[in-house]
Design a binder for this molecule. Structure first.
Ligand code: URA
Length: 200
């Protein structure tokens, strides 16, 4: 099943109450063969209006952080744990995450990335749980490269802060920048495959 088939299912999904208040579902976008997938929490207002991930203020920062390490949005795949906007940008409820998670799992299987970057606590803890690990604190694990067994093979999970957290508290921005530099090191300066060879 292709990413576009999965996106079509997401757009017509009614598995949880968030479908009733959405303008658009936000399946995600980018390179279907990306080595790196970025997973945020849930769409906000701008994303809901446009049906695209990370297009508001947090998205602008994410795009800048990507550019700072030589990546364009279209080089990677960008998506969220939850595909529809929670009202007033509240945190997604556990049952909404559970209902939506099969879509993220199918997307990750289809893309088959080497590296998954979890943006923020919800994304990090959800992905770690998928890999059979329990964790509570994002600050304890941010910037770490965690080897996980996911969907049949070893992958690297790097939890970092959500860009919105750095907009809210500018003192966090250097930590996010540091994590992106680390990601760049992992991917290799010139050739993504060469950089990752050391891990696989
Ligand atoms: N925050 C997220 O977690 N995802 C988006 O797509 C936009 C903002």
């Amino acid at each position: 099943m292709s990413l576009e088939d999965i996106a079509r299912e997401i757009r017509s999904c009614r598995r949880c109450p968030l479908h009733a208040s959405r303008t658009n579902a936000v399946p995600g976008e980018g390179n279907p063969n990306a080595k790196v997938v970025f997973v945020g929490e849930a769409p906000g207002r701008n994303e809901d209006l446009q049906g695209r991930p990370f297009v508001g203020a947090a998205g602008k920062l994410l795009t800048e952080l990507l550019a700072s390490i030589g990546l364009r949005r279209e080089d990677v795949f960008i998506t969220n744990v939850v595909k529809c906007r929670p009202p007033n940008n509240r945190d997604p409820k556990p049952e909404e995450i559970e209902a939506c998670l099969p879509f993220l799992e199918r997307q990750l299987r289809a893309i088959d990335p080497d590296v998954i970057v979890a943006l923020g606590r919800h994304s990090a803890l959800t992905l770690l749980r998928l890999a059979g690990r329990e964790e509570r604190s994002i600050m304890r694990i941010r910037g770490r490269v965690i080897e996980v067994e996911l969907f049949g093979r070893k992958r690297l999970l790097m939890p970092t802060l959500h860009p919105a957290a750095a907009l809210y508290n500018p003192r966090l921005r250097p930590l996010l920048e540091e994590d992106f530099r680390k990601l760049k090191g992992m991917l290799g300066e010139s050739n993504q495959d060469e950089g990752l060879e050391a891990w696989f």
